[in-house]
Design a protein around this ligand. Structure first.
Ligand SMILES: Nc1ncnc2c1ncn2[C@@H]1O[C@H](COP(=O)(O)OP(=O)(O)O)[C@@H](O)[C@H]1O
Ligand SMILES: O=P(O)(O)OC[C@H]1O[C@](O)(COP(=O)(O)O)[C@@H](O)[C@@H]1O
Length: 243
């Protein structure tokens, strides 16, 4: 947004007597909130994105719901994969962040999880599928974060390398809609209340988050200039459990 647009935004808020603003969103929303705060509007950011890609919070509002939709879909797919002895590539959202793939893959016992944060080798994936097949496990679920590449292309390459042709399911915008989980509702309620409390106490230019169950605020400048760290511990756990 242009500086004029930001200035106009601040003027409109003042003219309407709005003395505090809670902005819910991701990086773009936080940039806007930060600008408004620097123009004298008391502003707090709340992390709202299905991707869970905002640093200084363990979870973002919407992430739990998206993960639960993916887990539900994989549970359903697994029934046919086992009965028909097939494999599936499931493409999930997360253009730059593999958290949806990681949490949903771990929760649903996916055999392989491919995320943009961790380099991978499709030869190894294919070899593992063939080995499993030889040992009698004739189905496989491969969860792919969209940031890694196109699910169809990945499936085609796996078929070439392994001789096992996976079905592809791209969950797309299904992951973004529907009824929020109770975890998301509780998180949103707690964070919303906390943001308003902090505004009343006079804080501004901060983003609210939850770290190890505790509600925290962090300077928006720091949040927007930091990349969220990928949880390698969970990734390695998923890898161990799938072997
Ligand atoms: N520098 C900025 N100043 C003011 N508003 C901004 C700025 N950057 C982004 N925005 C506004 O924030 C909103 C949300 O940003 P967007 O990138 O679409 O989503 P997200 O918050 O999920 O990253 C947009 O309407 C955009 O106009
Ligand atoms: O409609 P598109 O362009 O595929 O966009 C979907 C994008 O939105 C996201 O779901 C994130 O959206 P939110 O930050 O609004 O939750 C990404 O995972 C995905 O890349």
């Amino acid at each position: 947004m242009t500086p004029e647009g930001q200035q106009r935004g601040a003027e409109v808020l003042r003219a309407r007597g709005i003395d505090g603003l809670v902005v819910i969103g991701g990086d773009g929303s936080y940039q806007g909130a930060n600008k408004l705060s620097k123009l004298g509007i008391k502003t707090m950011g709340l992390p709202g994105t299905i991707d869970n890609d905002i640093p200084f919070t363990d979870f973002t509002i919407g992430f739990d719901t998206a993960v639960s939709i993916v887990v539900d879909a994989i549970n359903k797919l697994r029934d046919t994969m086992t009965s028909h002895e097939r494999s599936s590539v499931v493409e999930v959202m997360g253009r730059h962040c593999g958290d949806i793939a990681l949490y949903a893959g771990l929760a649903s016992g996916a055999e392989t999880i491919l995320v943009p944060e961790v380099p991978f080798n499709l030869d190894e994936v294919a070899m593992r599928m063939q080995e499993n097949f030889r040992h009698g496990k004739r189905h496989s679920i491969i969860v792919v974060a969209e940031g890694v590449g196109d699910g169809e292309e990945i499936a085609a390459r796996i078929a070439e390398l392994s001789g096992i042709e996976p079905r592809v399911t791209c969950l797309g915008h299904i992951q973004r809609g529907g009824t929020p989980t109770h975890n998301d509702r509780v998180l949103a309620s707690r964070l919303g209340d906390f943001a308003v409390q902090k505004l009343i106490e006079g804080e501004s230019g901060k983003a609210c988050g939850i770290i190890k169950g505790e509600l925290v605020t962090t300077d928006i400048d720091l949040v927007t200039s930091t990349k969220k760290e990928f949880n390698m511990e969970l990734y390695n756990l998923a890898l161990r459990l799938s072997q």
